[in-house]
Design a protein around this ligand. Structure first.
Ligand code: MRU
Length: 366
């Protein structure tokens, strides 16, 4: 069988290296096998898990082996390629029916990051357009498209970095929440892409990472990938942001997004809204960095974005040990909505959007 990935000269890794950038990537695609870096084990273990079926890929997304909106979208796309290669039906109608069942299962993996839906719908549209092809040929076309989704994401991140770096201070603390870096995207990152671009231009930025309870994406992932890149990073507990702002130790905030509504409201990791309110109260710019694939133009406002809630055990236990009082009630919403009026600018690959966001978002799709 042809190895399309090996033939594709524009693969994200080479793209990153050609541009003189370094960054970890969360996935590899080799000879019809998807490899995911198990982000649950970072920073202490770098384990790559092999995936050969769409169902297993959907479960990996659900279980946080891979996370971060664009990375979830790219992963889901490769999951749908695996589904196409794995379906042996010669009968075309049956093939399509079964493939769409896999797509429906994939779409249930996580609800908030719109990139997952965006990527799966993009492949469904392509499959509809090439309905006349044999299952094998259709699978090959879907594979090319998944590789394009990945490559385009890396290109978008490089462009976001270019547009966003001009907004960061020449010197001082820049706070980020969760992980919006190479691990959360096809490579390079959105929020961390901007920080990478500013630092490589010579800005003396002190990156401050919120630890991001309960999965500790800041402490484990943001810190790990920046240190790997030679970028100094300071870890703080989530509750420290307001104090550091009051003391003048934070000059700007830059975060990623899981979904941006048509009016500019942003769903992102729980705690983002709190940071945005604090930034407003302390007169500090609050930036959101995301590719256009994270914008959901048919969702009018944050009120309509489905927000994931996860199990109580993520909060009541830590590193496999029970830490909360037995019998305590728990709520574990994992995303929140930052209203558009708290956001100074949204940085996409197409440029910098400023309030009012409606017209700029509309223009991204026209
Ligand atoms: O639960 P996670 O780790 O998938 O949440 C990730 C985030 O909230 C990121 O900030 C967001 O997906 C942007 S990633 C470029």
């Amino acid at each position: 069988m042809k190895d399309i990935a090996a033939e594709n000269k524009d693969l994200p890794m080479s793209l990153l290296q050609n541009e003189g950038n370094t960054s970890v990537v969360p996935l590899r695609w080799e000879k019809h096998v998807l490899y995911l870096l198990d982000q649950r084990l970072l920073p202490h273990e770098e384990t790559w898990l092999a995936y050969r079926s769409a169902r297993d890929v959907a479960k990996a997304i659900r279980n946080m082996v891979v996370r971060g909106a664009p990375a979830i979208g790219i992963t889901a796309a490769f999951g749908m390629v695996l589904a196409a290669y794995g379906l042996k039906h010669k009968d075309k109608a049956l093939f399509v029916e079964k493939w769409l069942e896999e797509a429906a299962f994939m779409l249930q993996a996580r609800p908030t990051a719109v990139n997952l839906k965006w990527a799966v719908e993009r492949l469904k549209k392509l499959a509809r357009r090439h309905y006349e092809l044999s299952p094998g040929d259709l699978a090959a076309i879907l594979e090319k498209e998944a590789i394009s989704i990945w490559t385009e994401d890396v290109r978008s991140n490089l462009a976001i970095g270019f547009h966003g770096q001009a907004l960061l201070p020449e010197k001082g603390g820049v706070l980020t929440h969760c992980n919006a870096g190479g691990l959360a995207t096809g490579g390079y990152g959105t929020a961390l892409g901007i920080i990478r671009a500013a630092i490589s231009k010579g800005n003396e930025i002190n990156v401050i990472a919120d630890e991001t309870r309960p999965w500790l994406q800041g402490a484990r992932l943001t810190a790990w990938e920046l240190i790997k890149d030679g970028i100094a990073v300071t870890l703080v507990v989530d509750g420290a942001a307001g104090f550091l702002m009051q003391k003048g130790r934070i000059r700007a905030v830059v975060v990623g997004a899981d979904r941006i509504a048509a009016n500019g409201d942003v769903a992102n990791k729980i705690g983002t809204y709190t940071v945005a309110e604090l930034a407003k109260a302390n007169n500090i710019p609050f930036y959101v960095a995301a590719p256009v694939s994270t914008i959901d133009p048919v969702t009018p406002s944050g009120d309509h974005i489905p927000l994931e809630e996860r199990g109580a055990g993520e909060i009541t236990s830590f590193a496999g040990k029970e830490i909360a009082a037995p019998g305590v009630g728990v709520q574990n919403p994992v995303f929140d909505i930052t209203p558009h009026h708290l956001i100074t600018a949204i940085i996409t690959e197409l440029g910098v959007l400023t309030p009012p966001y409606g017209p700029g978002i509309y223009a991204c799709f026209s």
